[in-house]
Design a protein around this ligand. Structure first.
Ligand code: SAH
Length: 370
C-alpha cells in the first residue's frame, strides 16, 4: 500500500469503521476492538492486540499506525498538579495539565500551538500563534496522560473531566476539536459524559452556533468584562463579536443542546474589572438566564501589566453576584508553583502572526501596540 500510514489515534468511531472497511475489508466490530485497545488499554502498537488475527495485525501495521506525541518534560506541583510539555516539532512544544481533586481528576488540554486571540491578560497570547493541533495531537494529550496516570487510581479512571482550557482557542480549530470531542464522549473512547467535557471559548460566535448543531458538550465562555468597552480591550475578538451577540449565541446553545447552563469565566484584575458596580452590571446582564459565573484569580506571568484583585475584592464581587441571584464560585488556583495555572501556559511557540489581533481589529499597526 502506497502512502504514509494513517494515524488511527483520534479517528472517531464512524471514521475508523470506514477505514477498516476500505483498507482492510473488515467489519465494523474490528473498529470497536481497535478503539478498546487504543483508548482503554492504551495500546500503541498492533502486535499486542491479542484478539485480532495475526494476519490482520500484519496488514494493519502496513497501512496504519498509532502515533502519539512525545513528552519532553514533566513538572509536579506541591499540590499534586502535573504538567507535561509535549513536543510538536524541533522547536515547539505545548502543555497539558492534570489537576487531581478528591472526587475527580481534570485534564486541561491545548488545542493550538500558541493562540491568536491576543487577550491582554493571558501569557499564551504573548507567545503568538503558530498552528492548529491535529486531532491526533489533541487526543494524544489524553492518551499520554491516561498512560501516565491510570495506575494512580484503583479503577484506572484518573481522568474524569476534560477541559479545553490549555493553550489555544478551541473554536478557532473547530475542524479538529470536534472529532477529538467525539472520541472523549464515545463509550469505546474515553467514555465521558457530556457534562464532563468542557469547551472554553473567548467567544467565536459563528462557531458556537455551528457547535450547537453538531456536538453536545459543556460550554464555558471567557467573559471577563460586563461591557463592550472594557471587553474590547481585554478580549479583542469582542470587537468582532460583541457581548450582546455572544450571549444570544450562548442561550441558543443551551436551548438547542438541552444544557443546564453556560459557565462564564471572569478573571479578577485589580482595579480593572473588579469594582462593585461592575459586579452589578454583570448581574444585570446575566440574571434570568442559564448562567453560572466562575471567578478566576488572575495568575501573574513575567511582563504583565495586571495584578490579581485582593482576596477581599473577589469575595465582595462574588457576594454581589450571589445577592442578585447568580451562582458564582471562585476557582481555586492550582499548580501555580510550576506555572501550570490558568493563563500561565506558554509552551514553546514560534510566532507566525504578522499583526496581532488586537491591533488588526483597532487598525493599529502591530509595532505600535503595547
Ligand atoms: N481560549 C479559550 C481557552 C483559554 S484558557 C478561552 O479563552 O476561553 C482558559 C481560561 O483561563 C480562560 O477563561 C482565560 O481567559 C483564562 N485566563 C487566561 N489568562 C489568565 C490568567 N493570567 N490568569 C487567570 N486566568 C486566565
Amino acid at each position: 500500500m502506497a502512502g504514509d500510514p494513517i494515524n488511527l489515534l483520534g479517528l472517531p468511531r464512524a471514521e475508523l469503521e470506514t477505514f477498516v472497511a476500505e483498507h482492510l475489508d473488515a467489519k465494523p466490530f474490528r473498529a470497536r476492538q481497535l478503539m478498546k485497545w487504543i483508548y482503554r488499554r492504551g495500546a500503541a502498537d498492533f502486535a499486542g492486540m491479542s484478539d485480532l488475527g495475526r494476519e490482520f495485525r500484519a496488514r494493519l501495521a502496513e497501512v496504519a499506525a498509532i502515533t502519539v506525541p512525545q513528552i519532553v518534560a514533566e513538572q509536579r506541583s506541591a499540590d499534586g498538579t502535573r504538567k507535561w510539555m509535549l513536543r510538536m516539532d524541533e522547536v515547539q512544544g505545548i502543555e497539558t495539565v492534570y489537576i487531581p481533586e478528591p472526587h475527580r481528576g481534570t485534564l486541561c488540554i491545548s488545542s493550538q500551538v500558541g493562540c491568536a486571540m491576543d487577550c491582554t491578560f493571558c501569557s499564551t497570547a504573548q507567545q503568538g500563534f503558530n498552528r492548529n493541533l491535529t486531532v491526533a495531537e489533541i487526543v494524544g494529550q489524553v492518551w499520554l496522560a491516561h498512560r501516565e496516570l491510570k495506575d494512580t487510581r484503583p479503577d484506572g479512571r484518573a481522568i474524569t473531566n476534560i477541559v479545553f482550557m490549555g493553550m489555544g482557542e478551541p473554536l478557532a480549530n473547530y475542524r479538529n476539536v470536534v472529532p477529538a470531542m467525539r472520541v472523549f464522549l464515545d463509550e469505546l473512547g474515553y467514555d465521558l459524559s457530556r457534562r464532563r467535557v468542557t469547551l472554553s471559548t473567548s467567544g467565536l460566535v459563528p462557531q458556537i452556533y455551528k457547535l450547537a448543531e453538531e456536538c453536545n458538550v459543556a460550554l464555558a465562555v471567557s467573559l471577563h468584562a460586563p461591557d463592550d468597552e472594557l471587553r474590547n480591550e481585554l478580549v479583542p475578538i469582542n470587537r468582532k463579536h460583541p457581548i450582546g451577540e455572544l450571549l444570544e449565541a450562548c442561550w441558543h446553545y443551551i436551548d438547542k443542546q438541552n444544557g443546564r447552563s453556560v459557565t462564564f469565566e471572569y478573571v479578577m484584575l485589580d482595579g480593572v474589572n473588579d469594582k462593585p458596580e461592575q459586579a452589578r452590571a454583570l448581574a444585570r446582564l446575566l440574571r434570568g438566564h442559564p448562567a453560572k459565573l466562575n471567578l478566576i484569580p488572575f495568575n501573574s506571568f513575567p511582563g504583565t501589566r495586571y495584578r490579581c484583585s485582593p482576596g477581599a475584592a473577589i469575595l465582595r464581587f462574588r457576594d454581589i453576584l450571589n445577592e442578585h441571584g447568580l451562582i458564582a464560585t471562585t476557582r481555586r488556583t492550582r499548580g501555580g508553583d510550576i506555572d501550570a495555572a490558568c493563563g500561565q501556559l506558554a509552551g514553546r511557540v514560534k510566532d507566525r502572526t504578522q499583526v496581532r489581533l488586537g491591533a488588526k481589529l483597532t487598525g493599529r499597526a502591530a509595532a505600535q501596540s503595547p
